[in-house]
Ligand binder design. Sequence first.
Ligand SMILES: Nc1ccn([C@@H]2O[C@H](COP(=O)(O)O)[C@@H](O)[C@H]2O)c(=O)n1
Length: 301
Amino acid sequence: MIPELSNPSVFMRDRQRVEEIIKAMQIAGTNTIQVISDFDHTLTPFACNGKRCPSCHKILESSKLISEDCKVQLKNLLDTYYPIEIDSNRTVEEKLPLMVECGSVVHVGLQTRRWTKAHTLLLQQRIRKDMLQVVVKESDVILRENYQLFFTHLQEHNIPLLIFSAGIGDVLEEVIGQAGVFSPNVKVFSNYMDFDEAGILKAFKGELIHTYNKREGALLNTGHFQDIKSRHNILLLGDSLGDLSMADGVHNLENILKIGFLNDKVEERKPSYMQGYDIVLVQDETMDVPNAILLYLTSTK
Ligand SMILES: Nc1ccn([C@@H]2O[C@H](COP(=O)(O)O)[C@@H](O)[C@H]2O)c(=O)n1
């Protein structure tokens, strides 16, 4: 049906079920489909140039806008919390209070550790809005191989793409803008920076989004929901177990196909990924499988 499903990087709990979902979505038609995707290490690869591809946070944190002392503190945070984020021996409930600690002063509380601490440190750095463009340009960030087909195909078929990210929205928008793929069908739901009149970072806006609280239901009162309320077939792309809930709350869901990139600690995490995702892509740095599925969904055969 789709030759790429036989690629060596592809693992499926139930191939027949996957094919049934894809067929049902193709029959329902392009105008019933929406795509919900995570960003860091999902639309970007895990590795680039032999190094870890930087996340939105990392782009900022390793830039010239951050003092050396602050970089050390941010690295300590990453070294403490990343192993917890990907630990397959802890439940999401166990991770929740710890993960939020990694972020912002406006989100303080037991729930706000990993994000809270990192955002608090960033707020002390007097980051200038007009420097974000330069920082992204000077970073190592790239999008996943063959990303162009993914974005242009969605645009050509007017399929909404919601990028749901626990990263930093301003940085993310700059990355996809510089790659030339921030088209009107793309909406970003993420943590956005708030700048003062002088263009200096003063806070992070709204409710904190972290790895384990992503739910499209959270968007019910946003403009985005109006655009997608008739789209009951979902292609979901993620790289963490937290991404599995990104479509929770979507009304009248008909079909959902969940594709997970398993990038790191493969052997210990594979069983839980196979359980949660319909398709698991192991150390696959390309968009080839999502692209092949998209081409099939928008075909009329
Ligand atoms: N201080 C932080 C907080 C988070 N991260 C990484 O960001 C990623 C979350 O963004 P998604 O687009 O994947 O939702 C996740 O990989 C965290 O590890 C960070 O680097 N620093």
